[in-house]
Design a protein around this ligand. Structure first.
Ligand SMILES: Nc1nc2c(ncn2[C@@H]2O[C@H](COP(=O)(O)OP(=O)(O)OP(=O)(O)O)[C@@H](O)[C@H]2O)c(=O)[nH]1
Ligand SMILES: [Mg+2]
Length: 297
């Protein structure tokens, strides 16, 4: 039996469900998700092992117009560079239909030579399934997609079909990663992301974008893992909001993040979070590299 393996980039505008899809496919939480656009800021690998194939998915930050600061530019560049050297691109749109920002993504994937599979996500939200057929027709008019598959990343609908279609387009090659590995990211990175996920889920509309998380210490101790993190904000007033009245909000953020990290590492976790004002971090190259924003490839 021949073995197939290769790299598959997930691309789409913010919030279409790329990270949810990655997590569902791998069957573990690897990439953080939230209702807010631009949750993912880094390129993250998620590895799916099947009997006769290994698929390495690349989750990317949503392609967006951005506010023009250094971190936004880096995020878009990360999405773009994730197309290089991959075997298949999965472009995601939502079942509600094509959006102006989807065409921006399409222009990007058109530049590559890989087959592009279109995944129409969130079909669970459709009241009338009949609207799918015209959407599939419209989509195939827009581009010569290799395949078009309606899916629900959240419910798992059609994900096996999606995997089969992808594998059929991968080259015959041995696995790139050992079967027990499911991501390329370190436990420290996962910890900082799971804290950031809570910031995205528990802060208002604008504030999450002004925050970043840095792990200062990560130590295995006899009872479990000891983690110290810093949450960076832009201004003193933002620090007060993150902390909340009597520290209530930070306490919730800390508890929820700790539970998620415990689930991820499978051990008890002691998590400390400090909130620091670091004005202009999103535009400061040194700050960005200390947050891991410049690691490419
Ligand atoms: N109903 C429904 N919701 C979904 C589905 N897939 C994702 N979502 C929701 O859509 C929102 C965005 O999901 P993400 O996976 O964070 O989206 P993303 O494309 O990674 O977003 P960015 O990282 O910001 O680019 C979350 O609230 C998800 O729960 C789906 O199949 N059905
Ligand atoms: Mg994401």
């Amino acid at each position: 039996m021949s073995f197939r393996s290769g790299f598959v980039t997930l691309l789409g505008r913010p919030n279409v469900g790329k990270s949810t899809l990655l997590n569902s496919l791998v069957g573990r939480k690897i990439s953080i998700t939230s209702r807010k656009p631009q949750t993912t800021r880094h390129r993250i690998l998620g590895i799916v092992n099947r009997e006769t194939s290994q698929i390495v998915f690349v989750d990317t930050p949503g392609v967006h117009r951005g506010r023009g600061n250094a971190v936004d530019k880096l995020i878009n560049r990360t999405a773009r560079s994730s197309l290089e050297g991959v075997n298949v691109v999965v472009m995601l749109i939502q079942a509600q239909g094509w959006h102006q920002d989807d065409t921006r993504v399409l222009r990007l994937v058109e530049q590559g030579s890989q087959p592009v599979v279109l995944a129409i996500n969130k079909v669970d939200m459709l009241k009338r399934k009949e609207s799918l057929l015209p959407l599939i027709e419209e989509s195939s008019d827009r581009y010569a997609f290799a395949d078009i598959v309606p899916i629900s990343a959240r419910d798992g609908h059609n994900l096996d079909t999606l995997l089969d279609l992808i594998v059929s387009r991968l080259p015959e090659a041995p696995a790139c990663f050992p079967v027990e590995q499911f991501t390329d990211r370190s436990v420290q990175f996962m910890a900082s992301e799971l804290v950031r996920e809570q910031l995205f889920r528990r802060l208002g509309e604008e504030l999450p974008y002004a925050t970043a998380v840095r792990v200062e210490r990560y130590e295995e101790r006899p009872y479990g893992v000891h983690i110290e993190t810093q949450v960076w904000v832009d201004r003193e007033s933002q620090k007060a909001i993150v902390i909340g009245k009597g520290g209530a909000r930070l306490k919730t953020i800390g508890t929820q993040a700790r539970l998620a990290i415990e689930k991820s590492v499978g051990r008890p976790v002691n998590l400390k979070i400090w909130v620091k004002v670091r004005s202009g971090w999103a535009d400061n190259q040194a700050a960005l590299s200390s947050l891991g924003y410049d690691e490419e490839g």
